[in-house]
Design a protein around this ligand. Structure first.
Ligand code: PRX
Length: 650
């Protein structure tokens, strides 16, 4: 969508006049109380970031803070550091040894707690087990796991020995897993027999086996027993996690990593059919997520912090694992669905574990709103002191509901904007000092250069435009794995030496930023990025489909839902069954998150004279704004007429 369309769609935000000052009780105890942090960070960003870096433990201190050769930045040059040491050893070897690091509840209700001491032991053993499988510094290890503590252990174990983790969300299909393994030439896969979701054991090893039929680089597979379902174990290749852990040594030296050594690769969708492997390195990334966890979430020693994201997304990486643990925080993790066995599961968890900080996505909030206030009202939520939102624009009504029914009007709400590529939160309120406005992510974090620019790269003082990042930041991506050209063209070619986010934004008279969603061919479905081209490729892969065009349409809960216009091959008849089959086909090819909400059979896809799909028209059709009854789209005359109309309207 263009900026104008985004602005139009989001007009409601522009009239929002409510604002909320930080509650005085919160302000008094906040980690940041002095507004001068913004000015100081802007005056000397290198000094600002190095102060945070100094709070981490380095094996060898850096000799230069930043080298910026656009589009490549290096942070804390020649510093040596280990991320696992900073998240685990540092606390396990202090008086926090017995402090809870991870508190976990499985969907069926079992509980597990790992103190920093326990986490130390598990991470060391897993690191040793990986070494025993031949994993060395720089090797890639893929993780395809449910939300269980082993996922955190495995990530930290990789970081410990300098192996690069490549976590693949457990909801992705076998094919998606295979492509991600092959793109980064993964040596070892860590998976589980399955995980629980809405009372059912979802098989993961089965999907992994399917992926592994075509992954020549894989040498070994470690399998966590979670649901005890039947699995095939290939002799020589597949090993049970518990067997390897039992044999492993409980000490494994952390590898001294260069600040710029790769910590992980994480794939995310872009504007082509092929996901991009976003590369993050060690020292700058850890500094960025450490700093933002401390200041945005206001972490304190007694907090019990819960981020509901899956470990397979960047939010899980930065704000379940590296950020909070580098702060020595207690992290709560839950395996399953929010409505299992009832729609109050999250609220009961908050009550039971006395969660103090809760970080979730607008999609979830909108679902909670729909389910009704009686569910949160039935639980004691008084332990909460801060609420966060991430992943997609939050509409003011959802923000207000969250503030009122979950935060009881006493918790600051931090709406945090960032991306897989940015690694860390970049636009957010600081909860002790920034007045919030429902629907606005407010201001750039101190030290961050973010502006709204027009097409020509000129700064927009008030009004709408493209969100751009004008200065390097420590956790920024260092590239797309194996594809420097795409890195350049995707992010750095719109304006010189300025990072293009792909998002539209509006800046108001107070300098507050209002995020408007993507302006490229990327959809945001329930806070998850899905590329239109990926879905289109999955559809044309079906034998009945000749052509497909995918657009996002407004959806009450998901924010955006996928509408697919499909042209069938000669002689194939449209039917309800075929529609279902196509939806299933996409889910099988990519994963359930990409399953189209609507399949609309059409005689042709309307294109401009230059051959570009008329996405705006398709979106309007999908949203019922033109043509109430889409079944007539199978008539070429109708398409022709719509196209003409749309061209006349300009
Ligand atoms: O469009 C923005 C939206 O999510 C995109 C990034 O998606 P992903 O890399 O999957 O990371 C999601 C979690 C950080 C952005 O380009 N987005 C993320 N947070 C917000 C948001 N849009 C509006 N407000 C937010 N707080």
């Amino acid at each position: 969508m263009s900026i104008e369309e985004r602005l139009e769609a989001i007009n409601v935000f522009l009239n929002e006049t409510r604002s909320f000052e930080p509650p005085p009780a919160f302000r008094r105890q906040a980690n940041v109380r002095d507004e001068r942090v913004y000015r100081d960070a802007a005056t000397d960003p290198e000094k600002f970031w190095s102060r945070f870096a100094e709070e981490l433990i380095w094996i060898k201190k850096w000799d230069r803070v930043l080298e910026w050769k656009p589009p490549y930045a290096k942070w804390f040059l020649n510093g040596k550091i280990n991320a696992s040491f900073n998240c685990v050893d540092r606390w396990a070897k202090s008086n926090l040894r017995t402090k809870k690091a991870i508190v976990w509840e499985g969907e069926p209700g079992e509980e597990r707690t790992l103190t920093f001491g326990d986490l130390y032991e598990e991470v060391n053993k897993c690191a040793d087990a990986l070494k025993n499988l031949g994993v060395k510094k720089g090797d890639r290890v893929a993780l395809y796991l449910p939300m269980i503590p082993e996922a955190v252990v495995a990530m930290l174990a990789c970081a410990r020995i300098g192996a690069i983790h490549n976590v693949v969300f457990g909801g992705f299909s076998a094919e998606s897993l295979r492509d991600r393994i092959n793109d980064s030439q993964v040596k070892v896969l860590i998976t589980a027999d399955g995980g629980y979701r809405r009372g059912k054991a979802v098989p993961l090893k089965k999907a992994a086996d399917e992926a592994l039929e075509n992954t020549p680089s894989i040498e070994h597979v470690m399998v966590v027993k979670r649901v005890s379902c039947d699995v095939q174990m290939k002799p020589g290749r597949d090993h049970w996690w518990h067997d390897l852990m039992a044999k492993a040594k409980s000490e494994c030296e952390p590898e001294p990593m260069d600040s710029e050594d790769i910590l992980y690769i994480l794939y995310t969708s872009g504007t082509t059919g092929k996901p991009k492997g976003i590369v993050h390195t060690t020292g700058g990334y850890l500094t960025g997520v450490y700093a933002t966890s401390k200041w945005v979430f206001d972490l304190k020693p007694d907090d019990v912090y819960w981020c509901t994201a899956d470990i397979g997304w960047v939010t899980g990486h930065s704000y379940i694992v590296y950020g909070p643990l580098a702060n020595g925080a207690t992290v709560f993790m839950y395996e399953g669905a929010p409505d299992w066995p009832q729609k109050d599961r999250f609220w009961k968890l908050i009550e039971k574990y006395k969660i103090t900080i809760f970080y979730t996505a607008p999609t979830a909030i909108r679902a909670f709103m729909k389910w009704g206030t009686e569910w949160p009202a039935s639980a004691n939520l008084t332990s909460l002191r801060l609420l966060g939102s991430v992943g997609e624009p939050i509409n003011p009504e959802a923000w207000m509901w969250y503030h009122k029914h979950i935060g009881h009007e006493t918790c600051p709400v931090v709406d945090t904007w960032w991306q897989t590529e940015t690694g860390m939160i970049l636009i957010t309120p600081l909860p002790g000092i920034v007045t919030t406005k429902p629907g606005s992510a407010t201001k750039p974090f101190p030290g961050i250069g973010a502006s709204v620019l027009n097409e020509q790269g000129k700064q927009v003082k008030t009004g709408g435009g493209y969100l751009a990042l004008t200065k390097p930041w420590p956790a920024m991506l260092r590239g797309i794995y194996g594809d420097p050209d795409r890195f350049m063209s995707q992010y750095w070619s719109k304006w010189k030496n300025i990072y293009f986010t792909g998002d539209g934004a509006k800046i108001d008279q107070d300098g507050y930023l209002w995020l408007l969603g993507r302006v490229d061919d990327v959809l945001n479905v329930s806070g998850h990025r899905v590329g239109t081209m990926e879905v289109e490729s999955a559809l044309v892969d079906h034998p009945s489909v000749a052509e497909a065009a995918v657009v996002g349409r407004a959806h009450e809960i998901k924010g955006e839902a996928i509408a697919a216009f499909v042209i069938l091959k000669e002689g194939i008849e449209k039917s309800e069954d075929l529609s279902k089959e196509l939806k299933e086909h996409v889910a099988k090819k990519i994963g359930a998150i990409a399953r189209p909400e609507d399949i609309i059979f059409a005689a042709e896809v309307p294109k401009t004279r230059s051959g570009k799909i008329m996405r705006r028209l398709l979106k309007n059709i999908a949203e019922g704004k033109v043509l109430g009854d889409t079944t007539t789209l199978a008539d070429p005359e109708v398409i022709h007429r719509l196209k003409q109309q749309s061209e006349e309207e300009g």
